[in-house]
Every structure is written in structure tokens, then in C-alpha cells.
Design a binder for this molecule. Structure first.
Ligand code: XMP
Length: 328
């Protein structure tokens, strides 16, 4: 019968047999799957594993800290954080089109991760005591396996992100400790491994991050503003005990829209923030969550009082379909 301790024990044995004395790389996204996958691998092979976390500057408040401090404290993994905010901002400058943004963010992400992986490969080659870096951890879940026809094996980092080939000598064999698990089982395994609840219980968050929650061009100032609004919304939803009820609640900045407001003695001309709370089973369809008015009022008051340049908070009452969950 299924229990998370058995799953961990089984996977630890499998991973040890697969990896031997080679070294392993894992990318952390801040999300549940990559965190749990890397933690199992770490339990199996310890410091043969190095985790890479790309800070693309599109993260939410405290996400980097949760990885660098909470996750590292609970697992003891070796972590390399890559500071890539400026690189991503430069690449995104002047771009408003959603698909372009996604492409740019994906491309820069792969470049950055690839450079970090290459550095680790070279470092290991220069160290006589270290094994070759041969493996890449992937947080593939059972539904992904079924969807893609069950194949497994090797990948280079680029094709892993669906974008083409890496040099031959940077092809990695995959380690996929979550291949038999569903999402709720992954969370159970993560808890059994003692991972922080902020990571194990995290709601879905898109890879392109806040970059696709700014309708309009992505700039540092706008990211800061959105990050502050998002933090307030999350704090109030948690305080109201609503995290279980909602699947996720994107907070979106309409950066190209302004409306007239009044604050104190003066007229303002600021941006709206959109709240998009949704209820869903699998994100394929969704309904807008009927949040209590008091919670909405609190979020609205706090955002308009605390976030500069925002003078209006609006609620998205569209189901999916026809609206997607994200705005871009
Ligand atoms: P949509 O907007 O298509 O979103 O209704 C469905 C779910 O997918 C998430 N999402 C993404 N996740 N990379 C991701 O890892 C992406 O580019 C991406 N776009 C959307 C979204 O947050 C929702 O949970």
C-alpha cells in the first residue's frame, strides 16, 4: 500500500543505482515538483547533487528567500543562485506582446541555466575527486508521463525546454523520481522529507512569472509595484483562510491603462490592479471564486493605500473558458 516513506525509500535506492558516483544537476523553480524531486535526489546522493536557481527578476516577494534560506535549511542541498534580473529586463525592454514575452523569457532562461550547467560540468572536470556531471533531475509527474506517451531517457537542457540542441558533450541522462506520482502524492512526499510548507503547499505559478502578469511592457518599477500588490493579496487570502478554496489568484497590473482617481486632496491618474481568483480541479477549466466581500474590500483598501500609482482594484468574474486563468 502507498505511503510516502516507502516511495522515498524505493526512489533513493533506484537513484543510487542509476547515478553511481557521477554528479547530478537539478534546476529549482521555486515550485513543488522541482523542489521535491531535488530533495529525493539529495537524500540519495548528497553532495553529488548541485541545484541551480535562476532569479530572473520576475519572482514574487520572498520566493528567492524561500529557496535560498528555507529550502536549503531543510535539505542541506548545495545551491547555486544565478542573478539574472538585469539580463531579463534588458531582453524584455520594449516588448508588450504576450507570446514574445514568453519566448524571450524561455530563451533567456535556457541560456542562463545552460551557462550555469556548463560551469558545473567544467568545474567537475577540473576536480579529480568529483565524478562527471552526467545527470539532470526532472520533476516529471505521472500525468506528464501518460500525456507524452511514457518515454524517458536522455535530454539536453534545450530540448528539455523544447528549443533545440546543446553541444553533444552536454547531453544529460534524466533522473525522474516523481514519474509514478500524482501532484497530491508529491506534496505528501515533500512533507515527509520535511520541506517547508511555503514550497510544498504552493499554488501553481507560471514559469514566466510576473512577466506575463504585467499587461504592457515589463519594467523594474512595474515589477516592484505588482510584487507589492501580489504580496498583499496573498497575505489577506491566507489570513482569511481561503488558500484551500482557491486554485490560485493571479494579480495582474494593467500597465497601459490609467484611470482617474482621488486620494487625499488630489486627483490621481493611476493604474488598475486586477484580482483573478479561480477555483479549479486541473486548470483546464476554472470558475471565478466567490470570495467574501470583506476580504475583497480589505485587499482593495490595502493595495490602493500601500502601492504607489495604483488607484483602482478590479475583480475578474470570468470563467475559463472563455477567459484563460492568466491574462497573457
Ligand atoms: P491558463 O492561463 O492557460 O493557465 O488558463 C493554466 C495554468 O497554467 C499556468 N501557466 C503556466 N505555467 N508556464 C507554466 O509553468 C507557463 O508559461 C504558464 N502559463 C500559464 C497558469 O498559472 C495556470 O495554473
Amino acid at each position: 500500500d502507498w505511503n510516502s516513506a516507502n516511495v522515498i525509500e524505493e526512489q533513493v535506492e533506484r537513484i543510487r543505482a542509476q547515478v553511481g558516483s557521477a554528479r547530478v544537476i537539478a534546476g529549482l523553480s521555486g515550485g513543488v515538483d522541482s523542489a521535491v524531486a531535488a530533495a529525493i535526489v539529495h537524500k540519495a546522493v548528497g553532495d553529488q547533487l548541485t541545484c541551480v536557481f535562476v532569479d530572473h527578476g520576475l519572482l514574487r516577494a520572498d520566493e528567492r528567500k524561500q529557496v535560498e534560506e528555507d529550502y536549503v535549511a531543510s535539505t542541506g542541498v548545495r545551491l547555486v543562485t544565478v542573478d539574472a534580473e538585469q539580463q531579463f529586463l534588458d531582453a524584455l525592454a520594449g516588448v508588450s506582446d504576450p507570446e514574445q514575452k514568453r519566448k524571450i523569457i524561455g530563451r533567456e532562461f535556457i541560456r542562463t541555466f545552460e551557462a550555469a550547467a556548463e560551469a558545473l560540468v567544467l568545474e567537475a572536470r577540473g576536480d579529480d575527486d568529483a565524478g562527471e556531471v552526467k545527470f539532470l533531475v526532472q520533476g516529471t509527474l505521472y500525468p506528464d508521463v501518460v500525456e507524452s506517451g511514457g518515454g524517458s531517457g536522455t535530454a539536453n537542457i534545450k530540448s528539455h525546454h523544447n528549443v533545440g540542441g546543446l553541444p553533444e558533450d552536454m547531453t544529460f541522462e534524466l533522473v525522474e523520481p516523481l514519474r509514478t506520482l500524482f501532484k497530491d502524492e508529491v506534496r505528501a512526499v515533500g512533507r515527509e522529507l520535511g520541506l517547508p510548507e511555503v514550497i510544498v503547499g504552493r499554488q501553481p505559478f507560471p514559469g514566466p512569472g510576473l512577466g506575463i502578469r504585467i499587461v504592457g511592457e515589463v519594467t523594474k518599477d512595474r515589477l516592484e509595484l505588482l510584487r507589492a500588490a501580489d504580496k498583499i493579496a496573498r497575505e489577506e487570502l491566507t489570513a482569511a483562510g481561503l488558500d484551500e478554496e482557491i486554485w490560485q489568484c493571479p494579480v495582474v497590473l494593467l500597465a497601459d491603462v490609467r484611470s482617474v482617481g482621488v486620494q487625499g486632496d488630489g486627483r490621481t491618474y493611476g493604474h488598475p490592479i486586477v484580482l483573478r481568483p479561480v477555483s479549479s480541479e486541473d486548470a483546464m477549466t476554472a470558475d471565478w471564486t466567490r470570495l467574501p466581500y470583506d476580504t475583497l474590500a480589505k485587499i482593495s483598501n490595502r493595495i490602493t493605500n500601500e502601492v504607489p500609482d495604483v488607484n483602482r482594484v478590479v475583480l475578474d468574474v470570468t470563467s475559463k473558458p472563455p477567459g484563460t486563468i492568466e491574462w497573457e
